[in-house]
Design a binder for this molecule. Sequence first.
Ligand code: BGC
Length: 790
Amino acid sequence: MKLKTTLMIMTAATALSTAALAQAPQLSATNIDEVINAMTLEEKAKLLVGGANNFFSEGAVVGSESSLVAGAAGTSPAIPRLGIPATVLTDGPAGVRIDPTRKGDSQTYYATGFPIGSCLASTWNTELVKAVGSAIGNETKELRCDVILGPGMNLHRNPLCGRNFEYYSEDPLLTGKIAAAYIQGVQQEGVGVSAKHFAVNSQETDRTSVDERLSQRAARELYLRGFEIAVRESDPWTIMASYNQVNGQYSMGNHDLLTSILRDDWGFKGIVMTDWIGIRQGLRTIDEVHAGNDLLEPGQEKQIQEIIDGVKSGQLSQADVDRNVRRMLEYVVKTPSFRKYPATNKPDLKGHAQITRQSACEGIVLLKNNGTLPWNFHPKALNGPLPSVRQSPVVKTVALFGESSYNFLSGGTGSGCVHTPYVVDMVEGLENAGIKSSQTLTDIYRKYKDYARLKFEAERHPSKWFQTEEMGQQKYPEIFFSPLAIGKEVSDADAAIITIGRQAGEGEDRNMTTEFNLSTDERQMIYDVCEAFHAAGKPVIIIINSGSVIETASWRDYPDAIICAWQPGEEGGNSLADILTGKVNPSGKLPMTWPIAAYDHPSTRNFPGSSTYGQEHDSLVTNHDEDIYVGYRYFDSFQKDVAYPFGYGLSYTTFEYSKPVVKLKGDQVEVSVTVRNSGSIKGKEVVEVYVTAPEGAIEKPAQELKAFGKTRELLPGESQVLTMLADRRLLTSLDEANSQWLGEAGQYTFRIGASSRDIRCTVQAKLPEYAEKVSNVLAPKQKLNLLKKN
Ligand code: BGC
């Protein structure tokens, strides 16, 4: 009898739930309203809180879907009753960052390590970056993820920021255009991006609470402009709000930033998610929801309850919740998870290795060449007319110095690292190009690497969570070689290469003394190797294997050539060999100024801020007293010397610029110039258009980058007319007094050049006034001591 009753109850319950299920609408792209109407408040609250992740499990949402893809950063939650699947969010940005191996599974899940942000920006080639984005998007999809947490778009305010490697440039136009290309590439694969970290997150020190204080003008013209360009030109599916405060308010709960600027002024249609480390002190969940933060990551149970309680008590409006829920559903229906895309878990690692090798080659910047490079270059490689090519040095064996030659850094550390299947180091790369590395040095360094790794791990302070192999490749100290030992190498090798490596990433900024500057050992090594090899008439090349800028002015006169390789991805050694041997003619140019000393940047005075500014604060305060004078905007306006200027990079050939023309075409200014390869090796040239605006009511930098382009590969003697468009609405300054973008009427000078300090021709145009209203938000609460030119 008892059994019968139980059975009857069970049958009735099943019938009820089947009926409820049958009645519940199942999410589709066309029934979002219906689904919202059918959702309970609990379900709505749940949808707005992430499904927790693998790193921060304390207080995590119970029954989270974090196990969907091991090592992915997080998820958006599933609501099966309504046919809403979980979606998977993975880091980014230099490739998909998931666990390469899984317990009890013999398959591996490696992803391609692509060039870091600074290297991609150095290509100045939006088509190429789009192709890289598309390969990354494809891997995101094939590895069963829906969104890649990138591109990293914060401005290089200062060379000491630990995450500069993930970001693009000190210039907002270059940042915005490169990011838009990356986003278009990723999203054409049917997966999304999360452009991060919105906004003014240009330092790691105290990153989760620092108050970044700046003028409305600096915010709009510099720190937000790149995001604005990316939103307008590439429609990112998602944007990640940063941890820090902007003028006293956390970005994550900042209605002005997340709604007035992002959505009202720019027309952003996607979702905003928070950055990851849980909850900000003093910031209420309901304020985040109200501000327009649609997805709280990584997600904690108590946040769901706070949303429910907020609505019940009337502190959070139902309309705010419904608005965010709608945006979440609009996002979900676009995802591969919703489409039930059959991920293969087998990305095209071979094909993408070629893409990373080629794109790295275009981002590598030749800083100095006294004529030694390229090596072993045969004029036949020209594939065209054979003008007089000087004799290229024959190099069969190289003495490879520097720990990073053997422990070549493909990318940075922290969430921005990628678990790559391999990294081609300098030994392998040269070997593949037919150049041997000295056996003695190779043996010593390879043995040292194992020892150094063990020592590093043993001595690591537990708070340095990013100094583990899981968080990316680590950089070990250099070995000291006596002049006698170096002398021995001179007789065995035709040339020397010294790789100077630098590692940095999430969680810590770089220090000036040992990370920006060279250590005493490194300096000594450069000096001793140059002395010994030069005495025998043999060249020395320095390779900089770093995500960010280092000091060069004090030692750059010693070597014969200097190559900035950045952290160029897993094929690094091969890309460098392509450049060294002239298989690829370098065409990368610097996306940031290389100062003589870190202190030359005015921002260094308040980097990474101070705790003494804000007595009312527990956290650091960073005053942006340099205002709009960041990077070349400062160095060029104040006529300060630099080591290498913004936009600088050498080639094995030379280019002539002629016939500059400027035409007004509706809302755009068209600038064209004829570029001719006037040297003897085929190559590509990046052309930069700087604009000097007329003097007016608003003080302006001496010049600002407003357009750029890159030629196709030009044969010696060949020319191309390069046409570049400068958006009229970007030829403006923020008129704070009237809350508008203002392009004053008058004579504009278009300065067309090969770097910010190498202007080849100028052309002028009279432009009428341009004005565009913006929301009057984000004003600083305290007085700033802003730098002025006049
Ligand atoms: C980083 C983000 C990253 C996220 C997820 C955060 O700490 O700032 O860039 O996407 O973690 O790993």
